[in-house]
Design a protein around this ligand. Structure first.
Ligand SMILES: [Zn+2]
Length: 321
């Protein structure tokens, strides 16, 4: 085998596991974005310190259970162009899906170069820092809660906790917390959805190699994004797809990368992005609506505006077993 091929395999296989541990030594001493980038790059060998730091991620003012800041980057409307819609992009909801964090960092660098104002983006590369940045990274947050089961379940499905007890047989990896929004990370995300009013939410996960879609009408679900093919799963009580996609009527695209600990190759990362943006262009266009689009400064507040799509009624399809 040529040495370049061997080298590329080594790079691919080793990409994510620059193991690291972190803990607040002083709970009163907040972690600033620079320190956060040090910790992220120490954990993820596929994200260098500079790659993180040059993005100038902004503190949201909210922290994880262990006090790690939830950071985001905004790609706001440009003065000359009205965006077709607002997009909220989230990585690292599950702390053991490290590729979902790294891929979002790569896409932010694409936006750095090519943000054209076509969409107004808010990007949260790491929603669950406590789960991701500990030495033995874990799916759930520091309280052992699956953040993707900790949202409100307003419909008839019953509570996420009852579902967890009766249907998952208390699977610890799916623990929804003792009540909806018990966790600071999910509380923040709900608030972000309330304020930003995204037209689409994109959540990156791994490792099931598929693209899922939760919305009142699933006819326009993406058939394929990069090497991820459409596979419409059920929604679960307490999940983001259930809460935002079904009950708020905000389409949620869930991208499940093929591997949690191995990055897609750069060509695939780029192709995923291209197909994602193509789907957005084909399916999101609110420019004919009378609502004003606010010009914002990155990192500053954003006044809420009416949601582009009204909330819907009961769940239009049943929850699978
Ligand atoms: Zn996940």
């Amino acid at each position: 085998m040529p040495s370049t091929a061997i080298k590329s395999i080594v790079v691919v296989c080793s990409l994510l596991f620059a193991s690291a541990n972190w803990a607040l030594t002083d709970a009163t001493d907040p972690i600033d974005p620079r320190q956060a980038c040090e910790k992220i790059s120490n954990k993820l060998s596929s994200v260098s310190f500079n790659e993180c730091h040059t993005l100038q991620l902004q503190p949201t003012g909210h922290q994880s259970v262990n006090g790690f800041p939830i950071l985001q980057r905004e790609y706001p409307p440009l003065p000359s162009k009205r965006p077709r819609g607002r997009v909220l992009l989230i990585g690292g909801t599950h702390g053991d899906e490290l590729s979902s964090i790294s891929v979002v960092f790569k896409w932010m660098h694409t936006l750095e170069k090519h943000h054209s104002g076509l969409f107004h983006w808010r990007v949260v590369p790491l929603l669950n820092p406590d789960g991701a940045l500990i030495k033995q990274h874990s799916r759930n947050n520091a309280n052992g809660v699956d953040l993707n089961r900790n949202f409100l379940t307003p419909g008839k499905e019953g509570s996420a906790l009852a579902y967890w007890i009766n249907r998952t047989k208390r699977n610890k990896r799916r623990y929804p917390g003792d009540k909806p929004l018990s966790e600071p990370e999910s509380r923040w995300l709900k608030q972000e959805i309330d304020q930003f009013r995204p037209d689409v939410i994109i959540a990156v996960h791994a490792p099931f190699r598929l693209v899922d879609y939760d919305a009142p009408n699933r006819d326009n679900a993406p058939e394929r994004i990069g090497n991820l093919y459409k596979n419409l799963m059920g929604t679960y009580p307490g999940s983001l797809g259930n809460y935002a996609g079904i009950h708020l009527g905000i389409p949620v695209i869930t991208m499940e990368l093929p591997h949690a600990g191995i990055m897609p190759k750069p060509k695939q990362v780029s192709r995923l992005w291209t197909d994602l943006v193509r789907w957005l262009i084909d399916n999101v266009d609110n420019t004919d609506r009378p609502n004003p689009v606010y010009t914002v400064v990155a990192g500053q507040g954003f006044p809420p505006r009416p949601q582009s799509r009204p909330p819907v009624g009961p769940t239009p399809y049943s929850i699978p077993q």
